[in-house]
Design a protein around this ligand. Structure first.
Ligand SMILES: [Zn+2]
Length: 66
């Protein structure tokens, strides 16, 4: 029973899940991208982590502006 779990660590995807502080909401969540560039204006930029939910929300907002 449950013998298949013996190799669980070998099947773990490499770096697929990263929990860190999100640049947008400031909460520790699952990170979607670690090098997301947040543009406040033409000359103000910040690179950091963005969680899944913020990534989706931001993507929708950016699309709406275009
Ligand atoms: Zn977030």
């Amino acid at each position: 029973m449950g013998w298949y779990k013996a190799h669980a660590t070998l099947n773990k995807p490499n770096g697929s899940r990263l929990i860190d502080k999100c640049l947008f909401c400031g909460q520790h969540k699952e990170i979607k991208a670690t090098n997301f560039v947040l543009e406040f204006s033409e000359w103000e930029r910040e690179t950091g982590n963005i969680c899944k939910s913020c990534y989706v929300a931001n993507a929708v907002k950016v699309t709406a502006y275009q």
